[in-house]
Design a protein around this ligand. Sequence first.
Ligand SMILES: Cc1cc2nc3c(=O)[nH]c(=O)nc-3n(C[C@H](O)[C@H](O)[C@H](O)COP(=O)(O)OP(=O)(O)OC[C@H]3O[C@@H](n4cnc5c(N)ncnc54)[C@H](O)[C@@H]3O)c2cc1C
Length: 261
Amino acid sequence: MQLARKVPGKDEFDETLRYFENQLSTHKVEIKTGAAASVQMIIDENFEEIIIATGVAPRQIELDGIDHAKTATYPQILSGERTCGDNVAIIGAGGIGFDVADFLSALESDDRTPEAFLNDWGVDQGLEVKGGISPHGPSLEQSARQITLLQRTSGKPGRSLGFTTGWAVIKALKRRGVSILTGVTYERISDEGLHIEMEGKKTIIPADTIVICAGQESRTSLHEELSMAGVSTHIIGGAAKAGELDALRAISQGYNLALSL
Ligand SMILES: Cc1cc2nc3c(=O)[nH]c(=O)nc-3n(C[C@H](O)[C@H](O)[C@H](O)COP(=O)(O)OP(=O)(O)OC[C@H]3O[C@@H](n4cnc5c(N)ncnc54)[C@H](O)[C@@H]3O)c2cc1C
């Protein structure tokens, strides 16, 4: 959630975090941070029930040059641990790939007022123009970065985005100048950038940063180590199923499990 809340428009996650912070404090739940839970630590504490909610880790891909200094993971970019140059390639156009494109192309003038929203989308506020579309149309302000979002499969991009909101995300990115390429085969990463093949033609995206958004994998090592040590646990959230971005599923699994204990 700390990563999700950095994405423009997903700052409502702040409210979820604020809610849980208050609830945990009200119910005097002890929180220990800054240390990874280990098998020994858990055994020593002699807990009656153990719930593993260790989430996901970014999927690593095999690609010639993947260890190049140009490559970065999405947590490195969203957390601010790494910054991007002016020319960015994003490998993977799933939900997180789009979120990273949105985050990196966000305009300097990121005004979040309703007036700015209407101006941005070219909505006539005077209610005088037919169709409600202002004569100057939507804003064409471009991102300062050249961003290319790439997808391996051909066909329509953004199929994993929300049914009612995905089209708006794609439109906004295109307006800011983000290119979305589909049916791409990744060949290698070099000092020149990302080498790809598309429609039978080889080309290079001259990126100075290549962000890998190639999915996620459940972080299950603690669960497996505890099972091997004969300690039984419950596993929920991303640790149980990496799948799509789904905080609702993780939270509901947590509630239902807690109710059943
Ligand atoms: C960029 C981005 C955008 C997203 N957007 C959305 C969205 O729009 N809608 C939506 O529903 N979901 C979204 N999500 C997904 C949502 O954040 C996750 O589904 C949800 O956080 C999963 O919760 P979780 O508890 O399973 O795991 P996480 O929230 O990942 O939490 C796992 C925690 O366990 C910790 N941990 C791991 N191993 C150990 C260990 N050994 N000891 C101690 N701690 C450990 C990790 O550090 C982490 O803090 C987004 C995620 C990202 C990254």
